[in-house]
Design a binder for this molecule. Structure first.
Ligand code: ZN
Length: 127
């Protein structure tokens, strides 16, 4: 399952981070940014997170998923920024166009493809 391996990678990364930078308190929420091009079920990802963190210090923490729009970098003209979206009738959502909006050339994806942890919400221990 795709979401399960993504959750596993997140947990591995976070565990390593917390080993190097321990927090005093319980992690309440883990904020992640999900690229628009990364197709996944947020529900399945949260469920995988719940299962994988069971019995760890991160048990009970909540994944907060924030979408990241696609950005491209154009090797031909140097454009870097957001892409255009199709707005054809009949689509239920706009589809990003992976071409340079300035010169129309083939552009490289600069953002919007990954899943990354950006922040943690921690319940500080009260004295
Ligand atoms: Zn260009």
């Amino acid at each position: 399952m795709h979401e399960y391996s993504l959750a596993h990678a997140l947990l591995d990364g976070l565990t390593e981070h917390l080993r190097a930078h321990p927090v005093s308190g319980r992690v309440k929420a883990v904020h992640v940014r999900k690229g628009e091009l990364l197709v996944l079920s947020e529900e399945a990802l949260r469920e995988a997170w719940r299962i994988l963190t069971e019995g760890t210090s991160l048990a009970g923490s909540e994944l907060r998923i924030e979408p990241v729009p696609v950005a491209v970098r154009c090797p031909a003209c140097g454009y870097e920024g957001p892409v255009r979206y199709t707005d054809e009738e009949g689509w239920h959502f706009a589809v990003p166009v992976l071409a340079c909006p300035r010169c129309g050339g083939r552009a490289d994806v600069a953002a919007g493809r990954d899943l990354a942890i950006v922040a943690l919400s921690v319940d500080e221990d009260l004295p």
